[in-house]
Ligand binder design. Structure first.
Ligand SMILES: [Zn+2]
Length: 713
């Protein structure tokens, strides 16, 4: 069976190998067993049920909570030649009949349904009369009553176990802590299901959490410098802020659309669709936006307000970079944000037990913000998925923050709170410490306090940073009445008495210089080709009325740009190019490649990115070192090497170190697979049992090509 699932992966979806636990999950389902799958976003969850649905007789029924999402998934499947359909409220009666008939006659591979549709008696009857390959329950954490995505209809899905005892079921989610997983098992009657728990790490997401006075301007700078032409999400807490930030970004020349629950449904729908379908739309949203958004090429998620918990932060940032390409999780927060969240929590009507849970969650989130070590390690530790070494891809790893011994400053700050009667907010306290400002100080006689003017050595911003960190660490509490006055907590005592020292972060100055990596790893020299490939994709998508990524993912276009296939068979070697898409789009993209290739190369036929790789190779760096230095995937650098070999700029030995007998074996295999005057890599790859990866084969093939046509023609 593993042979045929791999075959479907290759032929239908255009991928060469399974990732993580996909193959085992598929084998379980094909066997008729249930499965519970927890995989990080972008881990390839949907293939886990799509492939078994194609392998088992009958249609796979997918329960998915969002209509827009199921429409896009169906569109994507149809692009690959899979017979997929959905039943939801957007269809008219005639269309519903058609889908039902197709299902009954065995003409569907996959059927998507919303949970409420499924529970309508009529649908269950229909399924009862049809052949069902499996049930897939997507976003299965919605069954958890304690979660933030609770959907009551999910509770009724237990009925599937009763009504369809022989049909395997799979529940999938990207976020579920241990208690949620237990709830999923119980409520969905999946006690017997095998668990597949993937890690939580999203290595391609770069975390960045900063404290900025003018977050809005910093956001704009970040978008202009690092995400020109990219899609992304900006989260804000309030509807009003959503509106004003969207308008402001529009004013600055970006396409920025607001999204929140207060907008008319039609506007929300329109904005969501534009975000999904167009290439460079920034959506500015409250957390009402995003669940089930499956857009693979979201290049950044920015937060202008603090999320309430690490779970929420992880889930929201997890919407970035589902295609595995570099993406940013960028957050700005300040003292006011910390204070409002604490206030909202204390002022809520929830019972004390509930508040205690929320307080703990908020504390953990603030801890993540004020951390001086690797963010990813802390994030993963929170999900009990420890990462042994610092990640090298978060702000703290890239630019370790300075810390300072703030014991004395903290003592002064806490003492100012205490001496003024725990009735004042931060601005007043800072004025007292700095010895000036507020006219009330003299009126209350606070200018006669010992702390008055005791902190003149630091400016107001530095003091605000101290107060923020004291609140974040729980040494100060915020009042419930909404005036923002600060009070000491028990935890403040030892610091106030000088019994405990305190290390705080020094706030960073906003970055002035741009980082070397540009968006998604496209260098300036490749920009022309990249834009041309995306324009072609957009054109094809618009004609069919589907989102651009349904034609090809960014990751596929990126490979196309880097390996520049010249033939259809070389195009077929790219990830994400299955036989249907090759047939439909292969030619058109080859034309773009040929056209642009001529334009963007220099006199010697080398593009800028190739030159950059070549220069580093000539300095004696290994391929891995070049990849690290340039922030590229090792496979991309090997692709470069293959092209440099083809150009005669380097020799095979510069790129590949293998014993002669292995080289001989690979050469023989490549020659056997040669067809129509071209090396065909896939048959060779398969004949070699997958022991050598494609970029390596490409290097060897390139060298043989030079040998066959020594002029490089
Ligand atoms: Zn890190």
């Amino acid at each position: 069976m593993s042979q045929s699932s791999l075959e479907i992966l290759n032929r239908v979806f255009g991928y060469h190998e399974f990732r993580g636990q996909q193959q085992e999950v598929i084998a379980s389902l094909v066997n008729g067993d249930d499965a519970l799958v927890l995989m990080p976003t972008g881990g390839g969850k949907s293939l886990c049920y799509q492939i078994p649905a194609l392998l088992r007789p009958g249609a796979g029924v997918v329960i998915s909570p969002l209509i827009a999402l199921m429409q896009d998934q169906v569109a994507a499947l149809r692009q690959n030649g899979v017979r997929a359909a959905y039943l939801n409220s957007t269809l008219d009666l005639e269309q519903v009949r058609e889908v039902e008939l197709a299902l009954l006659q065995g003409g569907l591979d996959l059927l998507y349904l919303a949970p409420e549709r499924l529970m309508a008696g009529r649908t269950l009857d229909l399924l009862g009369r049809s052949r069902i390959a499996l049930f897939a329950i997507d976003e299965a954490h919605c069954v958890s009553q304690w979660g933030h995505d609770f959907r009551p209809e999910y509770m009724q899905l237990a009925v599937l176990a009763e009504r369809f005892p022989g049909v395997p079921r799979i529940a999938l989610t990207a976020t579920a802590d241990e208690p949620t997983r237990r709830e999923m098992r119980e409520r969905l009657v999946l006690q017997q299901a095998r668990s597949f728990i993937g890690g939580f790490d999203r290595p391609n997401i770069r975390y960045h959490i900063g404290q900025f006075k003018d977050a809005k301007t910093q956001l704009l700078r970040f978008l202009q410098r690092e995400h020109q032409g990219d899609s992304g999400i900006v989260y804000c807490l309030s509807r009003r802020k959503v509106e004003s930030i969207a308008a402001w970004l529009e004013d600055k020349g970006l396409t920025a659309l607001p999204y929140h629950a207060g907008l008319p449904a039609a506007t929300r729908q329109l904005h969501q669709e534009r975000f999904l379908r167009e290439d460079a739309v920034v959506i500015v949203a409250t957390i009402a936006f995003g669940m089930g958004i499956d857009k693979p090429d979201v290049r950044f998620v920015a937060h202008l307000d603090l999320p309430k918990s690490i779970e929420a932060y992880y889930q929201e940032t997890g919407r970035a970079g589902r295609d595995g390409l570099p993406a940013d999780a960028w957050m700005a927060y300040g003292l006011q944000g910390v204070i409002s969240l604490r206030q909202m929590l204390e002022a809520s009507d929830a019972d004390e037990a509930h508040k205690r849970v929320e307080r703990r969650k908020l504390d953990a989130m603030l801890g993540l913000c004020e951390l001086a070590d690797c963010r990813r390690q802390a994030l993963l530790r929170y999900f009990s998925d420890p990462l042994p070494a610092p990640c090298g891809n978060c702000d703290n790893c890239l630019e370790p923050p300075e810390t300072w011994d703030a014991s004395l400053a903290a003592q002064k700050a806490l003492s100012a709170v205490y001496r003024t009667g725990q009735r004042f907010g931060v601005n007043y306290l800072v004025d007292v410490l700095r010895g000036g400002g507020d006219e009330r100080i003299a009126r209350f006689g606070h200018d006669r306090l010992k702390v008055f003017g005791l902190g003149a050595e630091m400016d107001a911003n530095q003091w605000r940073s101290v107060f923020r960190q004291l609140v974040a660490r729980g040494l100060l509490n915020v009042d419930v009445d909404g005036h923002g006055s600060l009070r000491l907590t028990e935890a403040a005592r030892p610091v106030l008495r000088g019994e405990q020292t305190l290390e705080l972060r020094r706030d960073r100055k906003p970055q002035r210089k741009s980082r070397s990596r540009d968006s998604g790893g496209v260098s300036a020299g490749d920009r022309v080709l990249w834009d041309a490939l995306r324009a072609k994709r957009r054109e094809l998508a618009e004609v069919q009325g589907v989102p651009a990524y349904v034609i090809f993912h960014d990751a596929t276009l990126m490979q196309m740009m880097q390996s520049r296939p010249q033939t259809l068979s070389a195009m077929a070697d790219l990830d994400g190019v299955g036989s249907k898409k090759l047939e439909r789009y292969g030619k058109e993209f080859l034309e773009v490649l040929q056209l642009i290739d001529v334009e963007s190369e220099d006199d010697e036929g080398l593009s800028e990115t190739l030159r950059a790789t070549l220069a580093l190779m000539q300095k004696g760096l290994s391929a891995e070192a070049v990849a690290r230095q340039r922030g590229l995937k090792p496979s991309t650098v090997l692709d470069h090497l293959a092209r440099l070999i083809a150009h005669g700029a380097i020799g095979l030995a510069d790129a590949v170190q293998l014993p002669e007998h292995e080289l001989a074996l690979i050469r023989d295999t490549l020659l056997e697979a040669r067809q129509n005057d071209a090396f065909r890599l896939r048959p060779a790859y398969e004949a070699l049992g997958g022991a050598y990866d494609y970029p390596l084969l490409r290097c060897i093939a390139a060298q043989m090509e030079v040998g066959i046509h020594p002029e490089g023609s």
